[in-house]
Design a binder for this molecule. Structure first.
Ligand code: SF4
Ligand code: SF4
Length: 91
């Protein structure tokens, strides 16, 4: 699966350049039409092979904004990922 950006996103752009797979788009390119940043789940590899912790979530200043998505077969999953919907970077 991937990580997911919730509607608490403040469009600050801190995450987008941190992503090693260019999986993140801004509010103008969000395919859902929501005015927030968006992660393409087919591009997100949960930073496996790049960083120990998802770089987008490390960079995000907003608490509980980037969460783990639903795991799906065939997708790269982080070995330490939490439950779907839980914060990627816990305090
Ligand atoms: S977890 Fe890593 S690969 Fe996925 S969107 Fe965030 S920075 Fe990109
Ligand atoms: S860093 Fe967090 S608040 Fe900023 S644009 Fe990315 S998801 Fe939104």
């Amino acid at each position: 699966m991937a990580v997911k950006i919730l509607d608490t996103c403040i469009n600050c752009a801190a995450c987008i350049d941190e992503c090693p797979t260019e999986a993140i788009v801004d509010e103008d390119d969000n395919p859902t039409g929501e005015e927030i940043y968006y992660v393409y789940e087919d591009k997100c590899v949960e930073c496996v092979g790049h960083f120990d912790t998802p770089a987008c979530a490390e960079a995000c200043p907003t608490e509980e904004c980037i969460v783990w998505g639903e795991p799906k077969e065939g997708m790269t999953l982080h070995p330490d990922r939490g439950e779907a919907g839980s914060d990627v970077v816990e305090d």
